[in-house]
Design a protein around this ligand. Structure first.
Ligand code: ATP
Ligand code: MG
Length: 485
């Protein structure tokens, strides 16, 4: 009896968050749980983000002490239109979509792991067992959707306190947590970056010790976490943590190779690793395009293999853009990233990353036309990258460089309005060249077409039909062609 009272007192001390459960689906799940007499809780990301007053994507994870799949079916029965329940038998989970939200159901479980896999063997368990298998205390927070204590927080590991203190901590011994499922090391860093939290010291140490376990994680999973880190407002936090824990060299050795400053004959070069992180943070302020952020991360990777010193020029990185763009290909391949136009875009940005800088000192019309021609539809993105690349701490230079790019941008608008280079279409077609000179497909046609394009980019002739036709006649004559009557 005494014990029971104590328990009641403890329960009643737990805070209630009814407001968290205002979405109509919670009532439905509550009803289904009652019908099946299943203890049910909403758990994980939704609860964490509600308590942080953070926007959460519309997905709710439910854990039922019993069958999550049965609960999902019952919920579907109670919903208008009985939405389809998708069952993932291997995971013992079920999912359904309703009213713009995604509901995921799982039965409470106990997990145990083997050495070479992050797939545990699973048995049924209590809510507490299920909370134990969660990665972090802040992700183990559960709110009851049961009628008797609707909205009550179940927080066995003081996750609420960790939310207040902005701490990432594992419910169990971190060495076990990370060794069991090494993906959690990346999740820890990703959450620390997204939420701007600190990783508990013990946990950080455990990540260092278990870093090499990353090898059992699929590349796709790793890249998924890197994407998420890159999409935060301050990605450098994550990359710094990856470096400090020893994970970075396992994922991006080519970034690690950028770290350090060498001195020769009193001459230093900048630390291109820390510079890169600043560039990524800068670009995170100006674009949400994941691939442009990737371009910022990789824009200097060619600098490690191309670094040279000579007495006359000091430190140089000749051709680092070209070498870097080749490295992008290898890196994407190694990490099983998409080898499609996204990769080509990143390669192009890396390859062209110095072009606007060269141009900024002397903005000529022809150089601007060439830049627009070569960058095509990505010229704006390239300018965004170059502006993010300005990391000088000298305020005068900072202002000067930005003003230079402002001039380049203005010139780009002016030139584009007049010359329409961006989606360049040859003003005289190959067919017309063939017809004019009575040619069958041959080298001469390419030659003339190229000469016309060059003349336009150089500014020798305007990007117009009449001028191009006249130029074509001239050029044809020069190479010994005669127009047919
Ligand atoms: P978000 O969806 O915003 O990234 P989340 O916390 O919802 O964050 P999910 O990956 O959707 O993250 O996972 C849902 C919940 O499942 C987590 O909150 C956590 O409790 C648990 N979880 C997910 N992955 C793991 C893992 N690898 N190890 C332990 N628990 C995990
Ligand atoms: Mg989630």
């Amino acid at each position: 009896m005494v014990k029971c009272r104590l328990y009641e007192r403890k329960m009643s001390q737990l805070p209630i968050f009814k407001n968290a459960l205002q979405h109509p689906v919670f009532k439905v799940v509550s009803e289904a749980a009652k019908t099946l007499q299943l203890e049910t809780y909403v758990i994980g990301g939704y609860v964490r983000d509600y308590l942080l007053k953070r926007e959460h994507k519309k997905d709710f994870d439910f854990v039922a002490v019993g069958s999550g799949i049965e609960l999902a079916r019952e919920v579907s029965n109670l919903l208008p239109g009985k939405p389809k329940v998708t069952i993932f038998k291997n995971y013992g989970t079920a999912m359904l979509k309703t009213q713009g939200v995604e509901l995921e159901f799982v039965g409470a479980r106990k997990e145990s792991y083997q050495e070479h896999s992050r797939k545990p063997s699973v048995e049924n368990g209590t809510l507490h067992d299920d909370q134990n298998r969660r990665d972090f205390t802040i992700n183990a927070l559960a709110l009851s959707v049961n009628e008797a204590n609707f909205g009550q927080l179940l927080d066995p590991f003081n996750g609420l306190k960790d939310l207040e203190n902005k701490i990432i901590r594992t419910p169990l011994d971190p060495n076990i947590t990370y060794s069991d499922d090494p993906l959690r090391m990346l999740r820890a860093i990703r959450f620390a970056t997204q939420l701007e939290f600190n990783i508990e010291k013990k946990s950080l140490q455990a990540i260092k010790e278990n870093a090499s376990r990353l090898e059992i994680i699929s590349k796709e999973r790793i890249v998924d976490e890197i994407h998420k880190i890159l999409m935060t407002p301050k990605p450098s936090l994550g990359f710094k943590l990856l470096r400090d824990t020893g994970l970075l060299p396992l994922i991006f050795p080519e970034l690690m190779a950028l770290e350090g400053i060498e001195e020769k004959e009193g001459q230093l070069h900048k630390d291109n690793f820390w510079h890169t992180l600043e560039v990524v943070d800068n670009i995170a302020q100006t674009t949400d395009d994941l691939w442009l952020r990737w371009a910022a991360l990789l824009h200097d990777i060619g600098k490690a293999p191309t670094k040279r010193f000579d007495k006359k020029n000091g430190w140089t990185f000749h051709g680092h853009e070209f070498v870097g763009s080749k490295m992008v290909y290898k890196l994407f391949k190694r990490l099983r990233m998409p080898m499609n136009d996204k990769m080509k875009f990143v390669q192009k940005m890396v390859l062209m990353s110095s072009r606007p800088i060269v141009l900024a000192t002397e903005v000529t019309d022809s150089a601007v036309r060439r830049l627009i021609f070569d960058a095509g539809e990505h010229v704006e993105d390239l300018m965004t990258l170059c502006e993010a690349d300005i990391t000088t701490k000298n305020p005068k230079r900072f202002q000067k460089y930005h003003n230079n790019f402002k001039r380049v941008r203005e010139k780009m608008v002016e030139v584009e309005e007049r010359d329409h280079i961006r989606n360049f279409q040859p003003p005289v077609s190959g067919e017309e060249i063939m017809e004019t000179f009575g040619l069958s497909p041959s080298r001469e046609i390419g030659l003339i077409k190229d000469a016309i394009k060059e003349a336009i980019l150089e500014g020798a002739i305007p990007n117009e039909y009449d001028a191009a036709r006249k130029f074509m006649m001239q050029k044809g004559k020069e190479i010994g062609l005669k127009p047919i009557a």
